[in-house]
Design a protein around this ligand. Sequence first.
Ligand code: HEC
Ligand code: HEC
Length: 292
Amino acid sequence: MSDKDKPVIDEYSGVETTGHDWDGIQELNNPLPRWWLWSFYACILWAIVYWIFMPSWPLVQDYTRGALGYSQRTVVTNQLAALAEARADLGKKLLANEPEKIVHDKGLLEFAYAAGKTAFADNCAGCHGSGAGGAKGYPNLNDDDWLWGGSLEAIETSIRFGIRATHEETRFSDMPAFGVDELLEKEEISTLVTYLQGLSGQPITEPEVLEAGKLLFADNCASCHGDDAKGNREQGAPNLTDAIWLFGKDKKTIYETVHTGREGMMPAWDGRLDPVTIRALAVFIHTRGGGE
Ligand code: HEC
Ligand code: HEC
């Protein structure tokens, strides 16, 4: 054995060096710590066990599936199937129950509200607004003011069959075009506009025409809007005495409504959405809004 091959002992620690030398700094050849070594062996063992039981190695077209046959895809598929089953049960319950019962069954109500909320965002928000607050010509569904009725049944009917829609059972009525069809003179329409503004508590400039307006209203409008102008849900005729306006309360807009008529169109959802979704939507709106 030449001098060169003889192990070199570090003079300070007494430990053999590896013989590697960087600018005079020598590497000690300490043994690996025990805890480290055993952890390392344990890891190797764990990896082997894992390969045997779990999917691990990629192959050209496939991968090794492991003895347990575990797959996250299967897990998700099973979870979805279980969820669909649970929902189907709740859906059946939702359709079978009387409206009053749904409102008092917390679990059912929560299910319907959540389903209705999603369906609303997908199908209704475009017209009624994402918060169901409405816009000109599109009613606010959160308030107590209903054109066609705010009971769960009435709301469901509005959704199922629509309003002035193509469904044969659709809700239907007319706000006549009094000016265009020459049923009233311009002068008379203006008088009615002032009368309605006064009736709904707006400031008016010509109080002298109120009496004439009242007569014109009784003759031409009361049949639909009611003698007291508080509206008629059979006809979807709005209450004209409150501060809530579907199309607008200013002089010009009311004039336009009476002159040209209005026909707000709400599509029918029967056949486009399943009955469970329609009921869920009705519950959602009934719960949010001033449901009756
Ligand atoms: C294309 C636009 C449009 C879409 C989409 C739409 N609506 Fe409507 N909706 C209307 C209009 C317009 C009216 C008011 C009709 C009228 O003037 O009588 C209305 C009225 C209603 C009413 C009656 C309100 C009342 O005061 O009686 C309900 C309830 C309603 N919509 C719910 C829904 C739901 C739920 C959806 C989604 C499934 C939906 N709407 C989708 C336009 C729409
Ligand atoms: C045949 C029934 C009918 C008659 C008659 C009728 N209305 Fe209407 N009116 C309606 C309906 C229905 C609506 C709602 C239209 C819609 O939602 O598209 C309406 C809406 C209105 C609105 C809009 C209210 C709002 O919130 O924006 C005003 C204003 C109005 N009518 C005034 C009158 C006046 C004034 C007369 C009489 C000259 C009259 N109506 C006669 C059925 C009628």
